[in-house]
Design a protein around this ligand. Structure first.
Ligand code: CA
Ligand code: CA
Ligand code: CA
Ligand code: CA
Ligand code: CA
Length: 352
């Protein structure tokens, strides 16, 4: 049994019991630790939280940091990583530990959005308009070999989808013109991937943020001036999509930016959205996308708050004593005293 399973801290016992029972913590092959099965009172109304940590600033000044992704370490979740993008010329992917310290920086191009499934990391490289694919091995980000794929559209955002039906991995690419492409990523051997276009979707205007819910086979897109769309994520899913919240009389203020999914159990949990125009985040139920609450990240003792907020990510996996119920990460458009960075909020501050 993994040593983590012997920890008897009261709060994480329930989470660990789930993880240990399913064997996911001790698994030798990469496997996502089980998400929380705990769901407390539903968040409601408008509230504020503070960050308990923040990452080192990204290398470039101006509007450089955009989107984070959380990689959950299957061996030791307290050694999980936050990957953040720097979208300026000469930008790349920064890798941070959970204290926010930069442990690596890959200056591979102007990366705008980034997403993770198990040990596979995919970012959109705006410098050469390619899908940048990496693997995490021994806690390090390694470029996957193979020919970089150039899509038919100019990449703006991207997110991953692992089909529970076919087990195929897909990346959704979004664009400033509202075009969306779904590409199937097929591993062809030793860390190489082929990409095949399987579907195109058109929205009316600039679309960036997206997130897929693998278990429920749906994907959400943020049409920045309009709202959040829900589509079936399978390549043959029926269209059109459904607008679940809007900037026009809804709970969002343009631009709608990052989207993130907090899984609780198999099919419960929450969808989060970044409402850039109001410096806030909105929360919806995962299954029927009912609006629940709006919150901001305000100045606190450990870090300044977020404003002009961009990409976000969230996990409900316990990441150890600093983030016992999971972690919410948000880009900060105006980091006090430095270049832009990412703020780290314990999930129990948002979902008590
Ligand atoms: Ca920005
Ligand atoms: Ca992301
Ligand atoms: Ca944007
Ligand atoms: Ca963005
Ligand atoms: Ca700030």
């Amino acid at each position: 049994m993994h040593s983590l399973c012997r920890i008897t801290g009261a709060l994480i016992l329930v989470l660990l019991a789930t993880a240990c029972a399913s064997g996911s913590v001790a698994s030798a092959t990469p496997q996502q630790p089980s998400p929380s099965t705990r769901i407390g009172a539903l968040p409601s109304g408008t509230f504020s939280v503070t960050a308990t940590g923040e990452t080192d600033p990204v290398p470039h000044g101006g509007d450089a940091a955009d989107d984070p992704a959380i990689w959950v370490n299957p061996e030791d979740p307290s050694k999980s990583l936050v990957i953040g993008t720097d979208k300026k010329r000469g930008g790349g992917l920064a890798v941070y530990d959970l204290s926010g310290r930069e442990v690596a920086y890959h200056d591979d191009g102007a990366m705008n959005n980034v997403d993770v499934r198990l040990d596979i990391v995919v970012a959109g490289n705006e410098s050469n308009n390619t899908i940048a694919i990496y693997r995490i091995s021994d806690g390090s980000l390694m470029p996957a070999e193979g020919d970089a794929t150039t899509p038919g559209i100019t990449i703006y955002g991207n997110c991953l989808y692992r089909s529970p039906l076919s087990d195929e991995l897909y990346v959704f690419l979004t664009s400033r013109k509202g075009q969306i492409e779904q590409w199937q990523l097929t591993e062809t051997g030793a860390g190489q991937f082929d990409a095949t276009l399987v579907r195109s979707i058109s929205l009316d205007s600039q679309t960036e943020g997206c997130v897929a819910d693998d278990a429920l086979e749906v994907v959400y897109f943020a049409e920045e001036k309009v709202g959040i769309w829900r589509f079936g994520a399978e390549p043959d899913a029926e269209e059109p999509g459904t607008l679940i919240d809007t900037t026009d009389g809804g709970h969002l203020a343009a631009d709608v930016e990052g989207l993130a999914l907090a899984a609780v159990g198999a099919d419960d949990g929450f969808l989060f959205a970044s409402s850039q125009g109001s410096d806030e985040y909105t929360i919806y139920t995962r299954t029927d996308n009912a609006y629940l609450a709006t919150f901001s990240i305000d100045d606190g003792d450990d870090a300044d708050g977020t404003s002009d907020t961009d990409g976000i990510d969230v996990t409900t996996v316990s990441l150890g004593s600093a983030f016992p119920s999971g972690l919410f990460v948000a880009q900060d458009g105006k980091n006090e005293g430095g270049a832009q960075n990412f703020k780290l909020v314990p999930l129990d501050a948002i979902l008590p």
